[in-house]
Design a protein around this ligand. Structure first.
Ligand SMILES: [Zn+2]
Length: 357
């Protein structure tokens, strides 16, 4: 997360009771490489002379002064930043039209505890979702040549409970920064988002009204599942030994000519199951995918027009070596990766940890 200490906050620091503790905490975040900290150079020099700043924090601040001059450029790349303002200013969220950044104002009281400066959480539905989403951020970092920065995050899932409960807990606690991602479960363009996405969205709307937390962000993917965002060549290469799976992508490419969004809605895990007469087909595919696939006679096996790749796709992709090369080559997928990557990176990009004497 990019945390900007506003000039106003520093100017009014003497009226902020906890400024000294807050500033030490922020300097620890910088030293440990948990977040990107931005302070105007002019005020860094003033703070170095200030008695309010503890000795240990000053040592780290000196390092900051000497090594962190160009960090302000990061604002060209992130979409959400945290802006710490003095308690005399009202809290708001505003977007800069020019830079397309959302500035989220918070008070220093929300950054006093050491728990509040730990790594941002990537919250996903299950298993390795968080790791998959971190690759979006990593891809974005590589494409933008942010070589001096790293992606750091704490993976978390709904675990024993469900993702909406977990999100609500994190949201209420107001400790760590958190980006929560869910797939849309949308099975056709005219269908609504699925149950899980709807539940998390409901929590988000409810909490935003009750007790807005600037540290949390919800992102609902606009595809059926994360599998819909993986490059064609990955599927072709990883499953080339399987006679049935081998043909899936070429079948989809044919369908894509009839409907350019088919790869958003195709169920990559289970495929498209259709009973010949369509009498028993689920309504979501009956009026969308069934007519499309029937036209091309894709019946392969067991009434499935097109089979799926099974349940291990994400794990296979995570272990897949050439993932970024394949994304580069796949225009449809790449635009999603850049867009999603920019948001996830806004929460997870940070400087490497430093060593100070
Ligand atoms: Zn059907």
């Amino acid at each position: 997360m990019v945390i900007i200490l506003s000039d106003d906050l520093i100017r009014q620091r003497e009226s902020e009771k906890e400024f000294s503790n807050f500033f030490s905490n922020i300097m620890t975040a910088y030293r440990e490489g948990k977040h990107i900290i931005i302070i105007s150079p002019k005020y860094v020099k003033i703070l170095l002379q200030d008695e309010l700043v503890k000795q240990e924090a000053k040592i780290i601040l000196k390092h900051y002064l000497n090594h962190n001059k160009s960090i302000i450029n990061i604002l060209d790349y992130v979409k959400v930043v945290i802006y710490v303002v003095p308690s005399s200013i009202e809290l708001t969220r505003y977007s800069s039209i020019k830079s397309k950044i959302e500035f989220r104002c918070i008070y220093l009281s929300e950054l006093l505890d050491s728990a509040t400066i730990q790594k941002s959480i990537i919250l996903g539905e299950n298993g390795k979702d968080s790791d998959l989403y971190s690759f979006f951020a990593e891809y974005y970092r590589l494409k933008k040549n942010l070589d001096h920065l790293v992606i750091k995050y704490k993976p978390q899932t709904g675990g024993g409970s469900t993702i909406e409960k977990e999100y609500e807990t994190i949201y209420r606690n107001k400790e760590e920064f958190c980006i929560c991602l869910v797939d849309s479960d949308k099975r056709a363009p005219h269908k609504q988002i699925g149950d899980t996405a709807r539940k998390v969205l409901k929590i988000n709307v409810k909490m935003e009204k009750e007790n807005f937390n600037m540290k949390c962000h919800l992102l609902i993917l606009n595809t059926l599942m994360a599998e819909n965002l993986l490059p064609d060549t990955f599927y072709k290469t990883a499953y080339k030994a399987d006679v049935l799976k081998k043909k899936i992508i070429s079948s989809l490419n044919i369908l894509e000519k009839d409907d350019c969004n088919i790869k958003h809605y195709f169920n990559y895990k289970k495929g498209i199951e259709c009973i010949t007469s369509c009498d028993d087909c689920k309504s979501e595919i009956k009026y969308y995918l069934c007519p499309l696939v029937k036209k091309h006679n894709f019946l392969l096996k067991d009434n499935k027009f097109i089979p799926g790749f099974g349940n291990k796709v994400l794990e296979d992709f995570i272990d897949y070596e050439d993932k970024y090369i394949e994304i580069d080559k796949d225009e449809r997928v790449q635009s999603h990766w850049i867009k999603i990557g920019a948001i996830v990176a806004s929460f997870t990009l940070t400087c490497p940890a430093i060593r100070v004497m």
